[in-house]
Design a protein around this ligand. Structure first.
Ligand code: GAR
Length: 210
């Protein structure tokens, strides 16, 4: 059984999707062993608590340097023997050192079809506002491995959602979450835990015959 840490900052609906999938046995060979929040008031912490999952709060500003913060994060992940780190709406930048320590063992959910509306400054509602401002007719969500390039790591799964003429950033965010994010993230996590994701030339191959 692989041990999963879910890193959160806000409402934690993606964490909830993982918890629900786990309860239904849909995360094959994986268990959520730890939730780490960058925000002490995140509702995600309440969700972890209700599900009986240990949680920790790690606030970047409380550490004198990025290095000290990284040390604390890596120490925590090691202490809980974490195999897979899932960024589920985590709003603190993960440093290259942490990324190298957990090379191809960190995955992120992003609320657009990468490479559209991704990279620095594109997070949460900003992503959906940018999509509406550009007038795209289709958007979606992407689950990808995290590498040193912001939102630039190998793509694991993507799925699209139609944009409606009367969408606001809020209605679009809700539909992208409900129709795609809450399905795609548990699916990608389960594939990882079963050893079905391989990376060749920075591209993910999903092995279907194992
Ligand atoms: C989700 O829509 C997720 O895709 C997005 O933040 C939201 C978190 O919601 N992540 C990013 O924008 C990362 N760049 P949640 O706390 O309810 O899961």
């Amino acid at each position: 059984m692989l041990k999963i840490a879910v890193l959160v900052s806000g409402g934690g609906t993606n964490l909830q999707a993982l918890i629900n999938a786990s309860k239904k046995g849909e995360i094959v060979n994986g268990e959520i062993a730890l939730v780490i929040s960058s925000n002490p008031d995140a509702f995600a912490l309440e969700r972890a608590n209700r599900a009986g999952i240990p949680s920790k709060i790690l606030i970047r500003k409380q550490y004198a340097s990025m290095r000290k913060y990284d040390d604390a994060l890596i120490e925590l992940l090691k202490q809980f023997q974490i195999d897979l780190v899932v960024l589920a709406g985590f709003m603190t930048i993960i440093s290259d050192r942490v990324i190298r320590t957990y090379c191809y063992r960190i995955i992120n959910i992003h609320p657009s079809l990468i490479p559209a509306f991704s990279g620095e400054g594109f997070y949460g509602l900003h992503v959906h506002k940018a999509a509406l401002d550009r007038g795209v007719k289709v958007t979606g969500a992407t689950v990808h491995f995290v590498n040193e390039i912001c939102d630039g790591g190998p793509i694991i799964l993507q799925e699209s959602v139609a944009v409606m003429e009367d969408d606001t950033p809020e209605t679009l965010q809700k539909r992208v979450m409900e129709e795609v994010e809450w399905k795609l993230l548990p699916k990608a996590v389960s594939l990882f835990c079963q050893g079905k994701l391989e990376i060749h030339n920075e591209r993910v191959i999903i092995k279907t015959n194992v």
